[in-house]
Write a protein that binds this ligand. Sequence first.
Ligand code: 5GP
Ligand code: ZN
Length: 112
Amino acid sequence: MSDCLFCKIAGGEIPSNKVYEDDLCYAFYDIDPQAPTHFLVIPKAHIPSVAAVDASNAPVVAHIFTVIAKVTKELGLTSYRVVSNIGEQAGQSVFHLHFHVLAGRDLTWPPG
Ligand code: 5GP
Ligand code: ZN
């Protein structure tokens, strides 16, 4: 999608600090980290949020979770949180599906 920040980041049009990349997804450090380790994993194809996941795009979402499992292991993270905000009330500010991966500090529950 031409006017989407994360499509531009996935396409290399806007620079980012890459954690991992393959044909289907891209992972990069959050510009405003909320924990000592905070990166985002996104599909390269534009999907607006979890609310738009269906049978046609579910394989890329499953793939993203295999990437999260692999990359966190490689980074030596044994405890972390995966978060996806859906809609403005839940705190979504970029409307391209992304999974936050947060680690390196105590994370409270329930989240705010
Ligand atoms: P959301 O608020 O939609 O759940 O998460 C969007 C995340 O994207 C935020 O944590 C925000 O800090 C991050 N973000 C916004 N713009 C940029 C950017 O240009 N580069 C990077 N690396 N992260 C960004
Ligand atoms: Zn997009």
